[in-house]
Design a protein around this ligand. Structure first.
Ligand SMILES: Nc1ncnc2c1ncn2[C@@H]1O[C@H](COP(=O)(O)OP(=O)(O)OP(=O)(O)O)[C@@H](O)[C@H]1O
Ligand SMILES: [Mg+2]
Length: 362
């Protein structure tokens, strides 16, 4: 095992509610990376629910990370982590042309009307994304990110318990933007990313390489699994996972016919139920895409949807989404252009989307 001690690179640490994803990249030239270390650490099912209390969940997470590090002595303890969900708010505002320093001084006041939490309770970040003409005046378009302080603080506490040093705290959708830009030629396109996790699905629309719309839906694989359990009364979650992976959505008429002939009632009922549950996700996605078009007026059209996260295991999901949205849909390979990425099985790679984006931070 080789770790580059001189590397300024950080370990991408994506602490999800079901899986902890770890990615460490070493730079091989200015803008190319090699996969050095990766891990997918499953957390036990009894702490995955979004309702799990931090005092129940955190000790398990800390122990899992500590165990990983004790088996990987020498690996950098500098990490990049991310936040997402209802405590993270991203807004786009236009301000008169100013330097970054000037904006930094006035950002609290400027941001206040746009943030649904008291400004004293959030950590605020911003970036200038474009120069625009607004009612005849040249302005800066700014992306504002507000994260509830308690969320940042509890993340920092957790990392401290693991003896890790946080170098960056990113937001899931921006880590996804990073991986997408690194691996795919999307500089002149409008694309959508759907990262389906256990409890949260991050959705964003990236226009010419810049995230323009983003939403974190509180709907993920846990909701899907639990819904199937209730509707179809399957107690065995392993069976549900196999149905998701091996059958998923049965799309083609000839396949349905085949299942019928083979009398595979469970699978057919499952696909019907899964499609019904996924309708909620589809409906939310339609709203987000409509919002993008509404906001932008006549603009470039969305050309592709990329799917990542654990939800990418749902068989035929891309074909199903493609049929629903009348667009090309493909799985996002966050390591498409990263050397030695074949150490990670192809089907697992979409799960590492956020962690890979974090690992690219320098
Ligand atoms: N090999 C695997 N190990 C664990 N989960 C897997 C695997 N393959 C697919 N999955 C699915 O991935 C889901 C979790 O996906 P992911 O790791 O993206 O979520 P997360 O980041 O832990 O959750 P969230 O971001 O919502 O907190 C699981 O619920 C499961 O259905
Ligand atoms: Mg996640």
């Amino acid at each position: 095992m080789s770790f580059n001690f001189l590397s300024k690179n950080v370990v991408g640490l994506d602490i999800g509610s079901k899986n902890i994803k770890i990615v460490f990249l070493t730079p091989i030239s200015k803008n190319t990376f090699k996969l050095n270390k990766w891990a997918l650490l499953n957390l036990p099912d009894n702490i995955v629910s979004a309702d799990t209390l931090p005092e129940t969940r955190n000790p398990v997470v800390v122990q899992t990370i500590k165990n990983f590090y004790s088996n990987n002595i020498g690996l950098s303890r500098k990490v990049a982590v991310s936040v997402s969900g209802p405590s993270v708010v991203i807004r786009y505002i236009k301000l008169p042309i100013m330097t970054k320093e000037e904006i930094a001084k006035s950002i609290n006041i400027e941001a206040e009307p746009f943030i649904p939490f008291p400004i004293s309770e959030v950590n605020l970040g911003f970036d200038i994304i474009a120069e625009v003409i607004d009612e005849g005046i040249k302005k800066n378009e700014i992306v504002l990110v507000a994260v509830r302080k308690e969320v940042i603080n509890s993340k920092l506490d957790l990392l401290k318990e693991c003896n890790l040093t946080p170098k960056y705290i990113d937001v899931d959708v921006f880590a996804l933007e990073t991986v997408l830009k690194y691996n795919y030629d999307i500089q002149n396109d409008v694309v959508c990313i759907v990262n389906i996790g256990a409890n949260i699905t991050n959705v964003s629309i990236v226009e010419d390489g810049v995230t323009r719309v983003s939403r974190d839906l509180t709907l993920g694989m846990e909701y899907i699994r639990q819904s199937i359990k209730n509707i179809q009364q399957i107690e065995n979650m392993t069976q549900i996972d196999s149905l998701i992976k091996d059958h998923g959505i049965i799309l083609k008429e000839e396949d349905k016919e085949k299942y019928l002939q083979e009398d595979r009632k469970t699978e057919l009922l499952f696909t019907k139920n899964l499609t019904a549950v996924l309708k909620e996700l589809i409906s939310e996605l339609h709203k987000i895409i409509d919002f993008y078009y509404f906001q932008k007026g006549e603009q470039k059209v969305l050309s592709k949807i990329y799917v990542s996260g654990g939800g990418s295991v749902i068989k035929n999901l891309c074909d199903y989404l493609s049929q629903e949205f009348k667009l090309p849909v493909e799985l996002l390979d966050p390591m498409k252009k990263i050397e030695a990425a074949d150490k990670i099985p192809q089907e697992l790679r979409p799960i590492f989307a956020v962690a890979t984006g974090l690992a690219m931070r320098r």
